[in-house]
Design a protein around this ligand. Structure first.
Ligand code: CUA
Length: 352
């Protein structure tokens, strides 16, 4: 009795646990709820292969159960030897043919999908973006547009956007689970892929290759906006003049400190393609600070004062003089007011 109770309890616990864990996922961070072309075709393959595996599993279990019950040794059959079927031609043919057919059913669409997702024939007429992976952030340079940004990648919905990807240091992997598959980002060569989002929204991106102590914090976002909003965003980004003076006095002081402390040695504001540190042109519109902190001035001050404690192994640590909290606050005020566009992550619903 006790043994059974224990088993029932274990099954109950497991069910509750899987229910709780199932709620852990974030919206727009799952390959199982596709919102873009690459994720969609991958989902079709997941469904196809899972269906085939389930059918094979059921057939094997059913045949096994029938044999177990029907062909048990019965009383009086102790010395009975059943008919021997070793080398049976028909059986050999059948159980060789079935797996081949199943592999073909999975393999042909898989190969077609691979070629489809690697098709670059429309790239020259489309938006092309240079993507550079860095420990631990992402650089995006819109080819021919003189628009550079980092961490939040803006794309128009319903269009294939071609990414030409390379790393400045170690191997990273670009992955936006709900709209595309993964692509490794290497230092030696350019890898290409395209992404397409069906609907407006903010999609979570992850680095999917262990790349150092802050690998798990190398998050980014894809901001999918309507094609009209995208054109607007590009125009707004192009019109930024890094020399523009902030209205607010504290922000003005922050701008001076930003220049005096050599922040601009690494961080460009405007269209400079330099990728030493993240481009900050639209920093005030970012979904996160340092890729994963809530975008508050307080978090930004903490980050500027001591980045190493927040993101170990980052390359900003030690590159500038120590700042007082007041100085860091002024710089934070300057950066937070860099909001060149009405088109923002908030305008497409924000992060879920
Ligand atoms: Cu970059 Cu992990």
């Amino acid at each position: 009795m006790n043994g059974w109770m224990g088993k029932i309890r274990a099954v109950l616990m497991l069910s509750i646990l899987s229910l709780v864990l199932a709620a852990c996922g974030k919206e727009n961070l799952t390959a199982l709820d596709p919102k873009g072309y690459g994720a969609d075709t991958s989902m079709d393959m997941i469904i196809l292969t899972t269906l085939i595996m389930v059918v094979v599993f059921l057939v094997v279990i059913i045949v096994y159960s029938i044999v177990l019950v029907r062909f048990r040794r019965k009383k009086g059959q102790e010395n009975y030897i059943p008919k021997q079927v070793e080398g049976n031609h028909t059986l050999e043919m059948v159980w060789t043919a079935i797996p081949i057919v199943l592999v073909l059913i999975m393999g042909v669409p898989a190969v077609m999908t691979v070629f489809d997702l690697a098709d670059e024939s429309e790239a020259s007429d489309s938006i092309n973006i240079e993507v550079t992976g860095n420990q631990y952030w992402w650089h995006f340079n819109y080819a021919g547009e003189e628009v550079v940004t980092s961490q939040d990648l803006y794309i128009p919905t319903g269009e294939k956007v071609y990414l030409n990807m390379q790393s400045s240091d170690v191997i990273h992997s670009f992955w936006v689970p709900s709209i595309s598959g993964k692509m490794d980002v290497n230092p030696e060569n350019v890898n290409t892929m395209y992404i397409e989002a069906y609907e407006e929204g903010v999609y979570w991106g992850k680095c999917a290759e262990l790349c150092g102590p802050s690998h798990s914090l190398m998050d980014f976002k894809v901001i999918a906006v309507s094609p009209e909003e995208f054109d607007q965003w590009i125009a707004d980004m192009q019109s930024v003049d890094p020399a523009d003076e902030p209205q607010d006095a504290v922000a003005q002081e922050g701008k001076e400190l930003f220049e005096a402390n050599n922040c601009m040695g690494c961080h460009a504001i405007g269209s400079s393609p330099s990728a030493v540190g993240p481009n900050l042109t639209n920093f005030g519109d970012r979904t996160k600070i340092a890729g994963f902190l809530e975008p508050t001035e307080e978090n930004l001050v903490d980050w500027i004062m001591d980045p190493e404690s927040i993101k170990p192994g980052n390359k900003m640590t030690g590159k500038y003089p120590n700042l007082s909290e007041d100085e860091a606050s002024s710089i934070a005020a300057y950066l937070m007011q860099l909001k060149p566009s009405e088109v923002t992550p908030e305008s497409v619903g924000g992060i879920n």
